[in-house]
Design a binder for this molecule. Structure first.
Ligand code: ZN
Length: 315
């Protein structure tokens, strides 16, 4: 069965076989090996650090475990073991309809690859996606929830499907103020968003490097904007690549409930911090959502909040 047909599946899915890639971590600049493994139903997406003791190595992809959102989304387990820059991989897993997978990593961050989700989409496609026998839960938004952080705002409201309505605004002529709406019953993640690369300003690179960050960042894995425009020789992949990448980031971050959302996110100047803040506000309001498993409504999210035992999957 193709992965495309499983995006709207009412059953949970996983990948059909293990697949590996390697690339550099954008922050450390070091090579990281990543392998996606199939996992059983209700595992969700779990990261396993192969460079730390086994009993402390599992880091679950869950919104309550997000500990840093400065330059990407970082998750940390109860032992202080972190995985950084998970969002482009999370977006690819969501977009390809994958609910369950174990992701082993040889280091502390997901490789940046080309700065987009496309290499991960390709990897998942190579593995294939298969259906499991357990039903898939959907997190249905029942009422509007809003958050604000300075001039950034975000809200989520009831909607039949999942959609993003995003506005971006940067103090730079190379990035015009833009608004875009992506409704994933009409747009596919793969075609609309997966190739959009992360971006940054040349003037910020020195500052980041002086703080020991972005050591692996280059024109090979980001669109870099200088004073006179875009520095990448090939230019942009989409005319509006910046807003598409912001949408891609939202897709990855909003998959951190471990479920597919039914709702519409409206965000002005979204970022990883705002995305996480909105998810926390939504889930904290018990009257704002419910879990739907086909026709059944589940009583509580309590089970999803409990740590998943490491023995729940096989490597
Ligand atoms: Zn990104």
């Amino acid at each position: 069965m193709t992965s495309g047909s499983l995006f709207h599946s009412t059953y949970q899915t996983t990948i059909a076989g293990s697949v590996t890639c390697s690339g550099i971590g954008v922050h450390t600049g070091q090579t990281v090996n990543l392998t996606l493994h199939p996992a059983e139903a209700d595992t969700g997406i779990q990261f396993v650090r192969l460079d730390v003791p086994e009993d402390k190595s599992v880091v679950r992809a869950f919104y309550l475990d997000v500990t840093d959102t400065m330059l990407g989304t970082t998750i940390t387990n109860e032992y202080g073991v972190s995985v950084s820059t998970i969002e482009h991989l999370m977006a690819a897993l969501w977009g390809m309809g994958v609910d369950n997978a174990v992701v082993t990593l040889s280091g502390p961050e997901v490789p940046i690859m080309d700065g987009s989700s496309e290499p991960f989409v390709f990897l998942i496609e190579c593995a294939g996606v298969r259906q499991l026998s357990a039903h898939r839960d959907t997190l249905e938004v029942l009422k509007k929830v809003s958050v604000q952080d300075g001039s950034s705002t975000a809200s989520i409201r009831p909607f039949d499907g999942f959609a993003l309505d995003i506005t971006i605004e940067f103090p730079h002529a190379a990035i015009p103020r833009q608004r875009a709406v992506y409704d994933f019953s009409r747009h596919t993640f793969r075609h609309a968003l997966s190739r959009a690369r992360t971006f940054g300003f040349a003037k910020d690179v020195e500052m980041l490097r002086s703080r020991g960050l972005a050591r692996g960042g280059s024109l090979d894995n980001a669109v870099v904007i200088g004073d006179d425009g875009i520095l990448n020789e090939g230019g942009l992949r989409y005319n509006d690549e910046f807003i598409r990448h912001k949408a891609l980031d939202c897709v990855g971050d909003y998959f951190l409930t471990g479920m597919r959302l039914r709702g519409m996110v409206t965000a002005n100047r979204p970022g990883h911090g705002m995305n996480n803040k909105l998810l926390r506000a939504l889930l904290a309001d018990r009257s704002a959502w419910r879990l739907v498993t086909r026709a059944f409504v589940q009583p509580a999210l309590a089970a999803q909040h409990a740590p998943v035992p490491a023995a729940n999957f096989s490597l």
